[in-house]
Design a protein around this ligand. Structure first.
Ligand code: SF4
Length: 897
């Protein structure tokens, strides 16, 4: 890797907060810190953003194109892609070709991909993983506002005094914005945070009220709120009459479904006084901001949930004004940018829908498109179903991992396995999806890319390259344009830079747009390359009348509907379809603090893997007792769609009979922990978004006969681990080695047999005990005084000091160390803290924190002063608060300061 810039401003590639980053490369090593000038974060970064520099390694990168498993040069790869697509089109028509894109792509990549498919190849089948995260919000916004548009901006946080978080664990998933909310709560004692979530998430640690509602009852809760506002005389009839339609129908429907607060409390399975308190707080506080995310979107009634929330804001006139409004928290860094160019199968480009034929014609005219599509294509679930049916015969997947992230993930895997042409563009050489690719194309990673992204508040920011490309990796837009030209479409794809693509995209947004389309950045269409390079973060619309962008929309009460009025929607609660009759437990999935999506990047960062090293399921103590499960046991979750093997966590943060699993693990990190195999492909009928928050499973104990910790200097091959892929395996990268947790349901015949399975040869071997019933032994290999591997096995996982073992892989082994090595414990007098990692930035563990509390630290500020924990990104502050509360037996509100 060679660095090309000394210092530059760019943006974080993870969540939709879209934090600005200041990166520098003083001595060839890139360092990152928050960009103090960026309005999304003003210098702050969360733990994932702070660890970005640790992802910039050539190790594991896909460095060359490959066709049918053979490395090749780019001309060969481009020809293979073009010929494969051409043959498919000739034999089966353009509708047999599809693209599946990603919110990780830059807007410029997305623009040319969409243009190639919808204007030139003539296939409408372009969808994106944004379908899995934002589609219900898009549909809800379009129904209410007439456009896919977030009304407010982040600065509304500082103005608001009531924050309502719905289906959004912001403390972990949008941490920097959550930090801004926490600052308001501290500065303004009257400010309040309400968290609406079936489980007690980290965000609840800062909340004054947690509504632990029955999963899927959000529509009832918000229709109840609308009824309550009407009953209490808290409606803004002036706003309703002047700027909206459909209020009477929406209210009548709400009153029918949620006639009384008692009825709502019963339906949502919550204490009446909690529901009432929330309703009163909302009714009395005009400065109320409702922030929502995947807990709202990923549901069979996701679109209605969005509109149920928007209805309350329209009815109270809390929209288009500072400090209030419904606020969708985008999951991905460029989900919004992708939609701007038409990345969804039901959009054309520049927010133009297929339903408007006149607008549609504008796109054809602007692109000079030979094959403009006129009908929507397959949405994500439909798209993979079409592959499974053999209708789609060639698919190009970019920057996403559907074999892990799609519902019924096993079915998606099988569909891709039989698809004649699977082209995958990715930055890594091993992902679950890439393993099924016919053609593999190495794409640029975050630090090498150049283009733009749009965050949750409509802010377009530049992502700028810090490093030269790894290997032969190329920009996605460049690869797409090369393929387009190889297909004979020279004219539309003769771009030399991302700046040229952005200019065309900006021009299209204003083409024939007299104000009817919300997305308009025509004010940026004439940027020179130099101006594009220097482009400062700016919120769309950017037009000749708003050259500096637009922070907040709808201040004038004008919406993008045909008559300019916002629409109330009479919403209905959806019905959960049981997966199977004998699966008694309800399953929810979500994200973790230190991981991003399918872990391709964050999973390889040792410090990020420490916080939650293994896949798990959380269950309520009453269920643990019922099933006879103890903490740390392996359990199997199964239903008609698939099965998972994970470790049990027991916590009253869950509601009884409900389970939570993380969504991140792939086959690269665990044998059987792909969460989405357990979710049916049920979708919201309006948005097509899959319901990834609610499934049903049976739980059984997995009683292993043999378990082990294995540490290795180098990554083991799939062949070495093959036997364990049928049982339990979880890989955790550490700084000095790889660590594996292994379990077999049947005891191996002998210690020799285990070593044969792993293809390992010991040089230091301690056979402690061995019989057919119980099997305990330890072995290691040392070469040139360096530890190569260490195996510590038995009927249960042995008690070891992982921190100390990890250190031994980076130092020459002393005589004393060898003495203790097979015990897995640091010897007497050697200090080592092996407790749970709480602060990833400063490597502060729970033991040190608890000791500090016992020695007098009684606030997060005190802990920060003594140990530094929580003083960098702040992502661990909720856990510090929880530890303080636990140790001091205090209420959380006492310690949050
Ligand atoms: S909150 Fe964290 S993950 Fe999200 S953009 Fe900011 S630094 Fe990146």
């Amino acid at each position: 890797m060679s660095n090309i810039l000394i210092s530059t401003l760019t943006t974080c590639p993870y969540c939709g907060v879209g934090c600005g980053i200041s990166a520098s490369a003083p001595d060839q090593a890139v360092t990152v810190q928050g960009d103090s000038t960026h309005p999304a974060n003003y210098g702050r970064l969360c733990v994932k953003g702070s660890a970005l520099a640790q992802t910039l390694s050539a190790e594991g990168r896909l460095l060359k194109p490959q066709v049918n498993g053979n490395d090749c040069d780019w001309p060969t790869a481009i020809s293979a892609v073009a010929e494969g697509l051409q043959q498919t089109i000739v034999q089966h028509g353009p509708g047999a070709v599809a693209m599946y894109l990603s919110g990780q792509l830059l807007t410029e990549d997305y623009y040319v991909a969409n243009k190639l498919m919808k204007g030139f190849i003539g296939s409408p089948h372009v969808d994106t993983n944004s379908r899995l995260c934002m589609a219900s919000t898009v549909a809800g916004h379009k129904r209410a506002f007439g456009a896919d548009v977030v009304p407010g901006c982040y600065d509304d946080i500082e103005q608001a005094r009531l924050f309502v978080l719905v289906g959004a664990n912001m403390a972990w998933n949008h941490p920097v914005l959550f930090g801004r909310i926490q600052a308001v709560l501290q500065a303004h004692p009257e400010a309040k945070l309400v968290v609406i979530d079936p489980r007690r998430s980290a965000s609840c640690e800062a909340a004054q009220l947690h509504l632990k509602l029955r999963p899927g009852s959000d529509v009832l809760l918000f229709t109840g709120l609308l009824s309550f506002l009407a009953e209490q005389g808290k409606l803004d009839y002036r706003f309703i009459n002047m700027h909206t339609d459909g209020f009477a129908e929406a209210l009548a429907s709400a009153q029918l479904q949620a006639a009384t607060v008692q009825q709502v409390a019963a339906g949502c399975d919550m204490p009446l006084e909690d529901v009432l308190l929330f309703y009163r707080w909302f009714a009395d506080q005009p400065l109320s901001l409702t922030l929502f995310s995947q807990g709202v979107n990923q549901a069979v009634d996701g679109t209605d949930k969005v509109n149920a929330i928007i209805n309350c804001h329209l009815a109270s006139g809390r929209i288009g004004k500072p400090g209030c409004g419904p606020f969708s928290l985008t999951g991905q860094p460029n989900a919004m940018g992708g939609r701007e160019v038409g990345g969804l199968a039901n959009q054309l480009a520049a927010h133009i829908d297929y339903s408007d034929k006149a607008q549609q014609a504008l796109v054809g005219e602007f692109w000079k498109a030979p094959n403009l599509v006129t009908q929507p294509g397959f949405k994500a679930v439909e798209l993979f179903d079409a592959i499974e049916r053999g209708e789609i015969k060639a698919v190009w997947i970019m920057a996403t991992n559907p074999v892990v992230s799609m519902p019924q993930a096993d079915k998606v895997k099988a569909a891709l396995a039989k698809c004649p042409l699977v082209i995958v563009s990715d930055i890594y050489q091993h992902t679950d999806t890439l393993e099924l690719a016919t053609i593999k194309l190495p794409a640029l990673g975050w630090s090498e890319k150049d283009g733009t992204v749009t965050n949750s508040e409509r802010r377009i920011s530049r992502q700028r390259a810090l490093c030269a490309p790894f290997g032969q990796a190329k920009a996605d837009w460049q690869i797409i344009c090369d393929v387009a030209k190889a297909l004979g479409f020279n004219q539309g794809f003769n771009f030399d830079s991302a700046a040229q693509i952005f200019a065309e995209h900006a021009a299209l947004s204003g083409f024939g747009n007299a104000g009817e389309r919300a997305f308009d950045i025509s004010g940026l269409q004439h940027l020179t390359t130099e101006q594009y390079q220097k482009l400062a973060p700016i919120q769309w619309p950017v037009t000749s009348t708003h050259p500096n962008g637009t922070a907040r929309l709808f201040a004038d009460g004008q919406f993008f509907t045909a008559n300019g009025r916002a629409q109330f929607i009479a919403v209905q609660q959806g019905t959960f379809k049981p997966v199977m009759p004998d699966a008694p437990l309800r399953l929810n999935s979500g994200r973790l603090r230190d991981q991003w999506h399918t872990m391709t990047r964050t999973g390889e960062v040792a410090s990020l893997m420490q916080h939650t090293p293994e896949p798990f399921v959380t269950l309520h103590p009453s269920d643990a007792a019922l099933y006879g499960i103890t903490t740390g046991e392996l359990v199997k979750l199964a239903n008609n769609n698939g099965a998972m093997l994970v470790r049990a966590q027991i916590s009253d943060k869950q509601r009884p009979k409900e389970l939570f699993i993380p969504m991140h693990w792939s086959a690269q990190f665990a044998s059987q922990a792909r969460a989405d195999v357990l979710f049916a492909a049920d979708t919201d009928p309006i948005s097509g978004q899959p319901a990834l928050k609610l499934s049903q499973v049976a739980l059984t104990r997995f009683a292993p006969k043999w378990q082990a910790f294995l540490f290795t200097k180098t990554l083991l091959t799939p062949g070495q681990l093959q036997r364990f892929s049928q049982h339990y395996l979880a890989r955790v990268p550490l700084t000095g080695c790889q660590s594996y947790r292994l379990a077999l349901s049947t005891a191996p015949d002998s210690d020799k047999h285990v070593l044969q399975l792993l293809q390992l040869t010991p040089t230091l071997y301690c056979r402690e005990q061995s019989s057919s019933a119980e099997f305990t032994y330890r072995a290691a290999a040392i070469a040139d005084n360096q530890l190569q591997w260490l195996l510590l096995a038995g009927p249960a996982l042995p008690d070891i000091d992982m921190t100390w073992i990890n250190q031994q892989f980076s130092v020459p082994l002393s005589k004393q160390t060898r003495q203790y090595l097979l015990s897995g414990q640091a010897g007497q007098g050697i200090a080592s803290d092996n407790s749970a990692l709480i602060c990833s930035c400063f490597n502060v563990r729970s033991k040190a924190i608890c000791e500090a509390i016992q020695n007098g630290a009684d606030s997060t500020a005190q802990l920060g002063k003594q140990l530094q924990c929580g003083t960098n990104c702040g992502s661990c502050l909720p856990e510090l608060s929880a530890l303080l509360a636990q140790q001091l037996n205090k209420t959380l509100s006492d310690v949050n300061g």
